[in-house]
Ligand binder design. Sequence first.
Ligand SMILES: [Zn+2]
Length: 198
Amino acid sequence: MPPKTAFALARFDGDYYPGTPDSFVRGPIQYGDMRKAKPRFKRVTPMTDIVDKKTRSRWMAGIRGKDTKPEIRVRSYLHRAGFRFRLHKKGIPGRPDIWLAKHNAAIFVNGCYWHRHRGCRKSTSPKDNKAKWRDKFAATVVRDERNLALLAKHGIRVLVIWECELDAEKRLSKSLPKIAKWLRSKSRYREIPPPVDA
Ligand SMILES: [Zn+2]
């Protein structure tokens, strides 16, 4: 399946990962910027496939035990902490996993494999059918970029939590409170963990 956008087709001749969204650094983008905007992809050396087929298919399918899915962990935490939120709210760009109207905040819990978490051991590239996967990844990355730009344009705050941050149960007591801290802050955009090149 080819990527839906022309620029993705033109630019994706290797393995690309999303950069840090400039739209949040520069402030809201202006009307019309969307059409002109070029994606800011960085080309990086593809990571060698470090996992066996079985492990990857588990990562790809996102199969885990009950209540251990990253989104569920975040939701339960927020609920316990007394935050009110909606799931996959229509009308908000990207239909965020969690939408907190009171905080004007969208939370995305991103799978490292599909959303191409840069520098992450889970963001490997399959050896077979390279072109097919490259196009699939390209489409996802382009879509994410576009949604982030739209959210920035609407002044909506964004928190991206990568699933690898929520994998280890013993680290959760450190990871989860970062969410509440961010919600109460003035930060417009944050990634947990922070991007490697930041
Ligand atoms: Zn990751």
